[in-house]
Write a protein that binds this ligand. Sequence first.
Ligand code: AKG
Ligand code: FE2
Length: 294
Amino acid sequence: MQAIGFTPQLRDWVLENVDRGVPPGPLARHLAQEGFDPQSAVTVVETLWAARAQGLPLPDQAIAPEQARAARYRREPWRLAAGNVIDAGDCRVRVALRMERPQVAVLDGVLGAEECVVLRELAQPRLRASTIMDTASGQDVANGMRSSEGMFFRPLENELLARIDRRIARLMGLPVENGEGLQVLRYQAGAQSSPHFDFLLPTSAAGRSSLERSGQRVSTLVMYLNEPEAGGETVFPESGLSITPRLGSALYFEYCNSAGQLDPLSLHAALPVLAGEKWVATRWMRQKAFRPAG
Ligand SMILES: O=C(O)CCC(=O)C(=O)O
Ligand SMILES: [Fe+2]
């Protein structure tokens, strides 16, 4: 492979879109539609995106083969325990599926049916329209990206949460302290969440200060607290993987390796609920102990 050159205009256009939160896959496909060689488009976009997302020096004018190689996400061994059945301390979790890239596992029996009921009941009176962090202002804003309602539990808020926190930490192979407060989301019919990454981008002051306090998010556990009658799958559009919500099961995925590289294939979305409701509880794990803002 030879170095791939690009104009300052192209570079600015890519970076503007990256800073607005547009993922690299769609950006590269857009360039290919505009006549750019498809493979070169992927290399340019992914290398610029990786540098921006990790706050590294940005390539100027051209990308050498070794720069492109260095920027490519290197998958590492699972933080999730090996085997078909994982000892999570107070329960045994069965592995239903493992995928290499994006690094995804589907886990059965993470929560009991009764625990799902109690989490939904505790969360229900505290639900508010979900917010996302606006990449430009760093403010939490209600947004069409996520049409669910949500709430956060405080860490170790009660005995049930403490027990679940310990179980999840053991499962995810990281200390309890690295977990953000458990988030519960309810999607009513029609609600969805658009394709997004769970890791934080240092493109806003709030993103940078959160990264400084607690390090990057490295892995996610989405626990399904009920089963919608239709729709509501969690999908990874770059690989065509779709996970159907099942009561007490969970979707686990990793996207930040020990070098701080971020996996662009971890882009994911929640498809619209077509009938019934969908409830999930999400745990995001950080590189370091989680310290909230303020
Ligand atoms: O609700 C889902 O299926 C996905 C939730 C999600 O992506 C998140 O909470 O970050
Ligand atoms: Fe997510």
